[in-house]
Design a protein around this ligand. Structure first.
Ligand SMILES: [Zn+2]
Ligand SMILES: [Zn+2]
Length: 367
């Protein structure tokens, strides 16, 4: 059976490009050999991403299916191999045809490599999300090793010829394919293609050139963010290798709920209890909004459940001068207990409205 790249990345077949990237980033970090992950698993994740992360290769892979070469090899003029024996592994076929281009380890990586991206979650208060602010996020990042300045050599260590590749920087392996034996050259894992290694690796980073470091970062939060908003902090991810640039940091926001306000997008919702005379005659009251206390005009004759909208009294929209609204849902309270005087007044109201009442015998209404 061929490898199911979707399963490897833990995503569904209709995953978006973004979903694929996110899943890859997360898994790659989790299984990175530098972080003690399994190298084979890491290779598999990379392989899956190099196919699914490339629109054309993904389409080809989707067409080909994960069950094996049954439907012909779409594109590239390789149709008609469905009856060829000996190829049960799609990965092998890809590797044979494309010279191992699907495996990251086979790509020469002697030069600088950009650091990986990282993700963090930052929980902020409701009002900070509305008006923005500055918060601190604490995160463990791979930083350049201070002892060896990132080159992986122990202080004063001699640089010697790599014994794994005899100084060529490459290791070769033979593979059977439909074209006969194919020799694939890949970059030496020991020296990363340089052909030379330090006699002794740096004791602090074991030669990796990077060490884990707990880092506190200030995050500027723009007004209007909400749970799920992701801020990109360029160059704040993991340090690069061999002088490569830092990766990026993606900070996903998690907003605490408010006891006073309910937020729907950029609108704020609250409810307001009013008395019958206010509903009938109208009134002007003060209500609390995220912008402070504001006047609310209750129009005469309002019914329970009606909403009153205070324009531009909600949440500022991210990167815009627009502001959402504050929406008040009015609830007219019906008194459950009446004083003698109130009872008389209601009776009078009824008679004025020419209503002949048969008062309820239930306790609490007309006692
Ligand atoms: Zn070091
Ligand atoms: Zn080597």
């Amino acid at each position: 059976m061929a490898k199911d790249y979707y399963q490897i990345l833990g995503i569904s077949k209709d995953a978006s490009v973004d979903d694929i990237k996110k899943a890859y980033r997360k898994l790659a970090m989790q299984h990175h050999p530098d972080q003690g992950g399994d190298a084979e698993k890491f290779k598999e994740i990379n392989e899956a991403y190099q196919v699914l992360g490339d629109a054309q290769k993904r389409q080809q892979y989707d067409q080909f299916g994960s069950a094996g070469p049954g439907g012909g090899f779409g594109g590239g003029g390789f149709e008609g191999f469905s009856n060829m024996g000996g190829f049960s592994d799609l990965g092998d076929i890809f590797e044979s045809f494309f010279g191992g281009g699907f495996s990251q380890q086979s790509q020469p990586q002697t030069g600088p490599v950009r650091g990986e991206d990282e993700e963090a979650v930052l929980t902020v208060d409701f009002m900070t999300a509305v008006f923005g602010g500055e918060e601190q996020v604490e995160i463990v990042l791979l930083d350049q090793c201070a002892t060896c300045k990132g080159d992986g050599a122990a202080p004063g260590a001699k640089i010697v010829t790599c014994s794994t590749c005899s100084g060529t920087g490459q290791v070769r392996r033979n593979q059977r394919s439909i074209f006969g034996n194919v020799t694939t050259a890949s970059v030496c894992h020991e020296c990363h293609g340089k052909g030379k290694i330090p006699e002794k690796y740096c004791p602090d980073c074991a030669g990796h050139g990077r060490v884990k470091k707990s880092t506190k970062l200030k995050v500027k939060i723009p007004a209007g963010i909400d749970t799920g908003t992701t801020l990109k902090l360029q160059g704040k991810g993991h340090a690069g290798l061999r002088g490569g640039p830092h990766g990026d940091l993606y900070v996903r926001m998690n907003v605490r709920a408010s006891r006073k306000f309910e937020r729907h997008g950029y609108d704020i919702h609250t409810s307001l209890d009013i008395q019958i005379p206010q509903a009938v005659l109208g009134d002007e009251v003060e209500i609390e909004t995220v912008h402070g206390v504001k006047k609310l005009v209750i129009p005469a004759g309002i019914e329970s459940g009606k909403k009153i909208r205070l324009a531009r009294s909600g949440v500022p929209k991210i990167g815009s001068s627009e502001v959402g609204d504050h929406i008040v849902t009015v609830r007219v309270l019906i008194p459950k207990k009446l004083s003698r005087k109130e009872q008389e007044l209601f009776m009078e109201l009824a008679s004025e409205a020419k209503i002949t009442l048969t008062p309820s015998k239930k306790k609490g209404l007309f006692s």
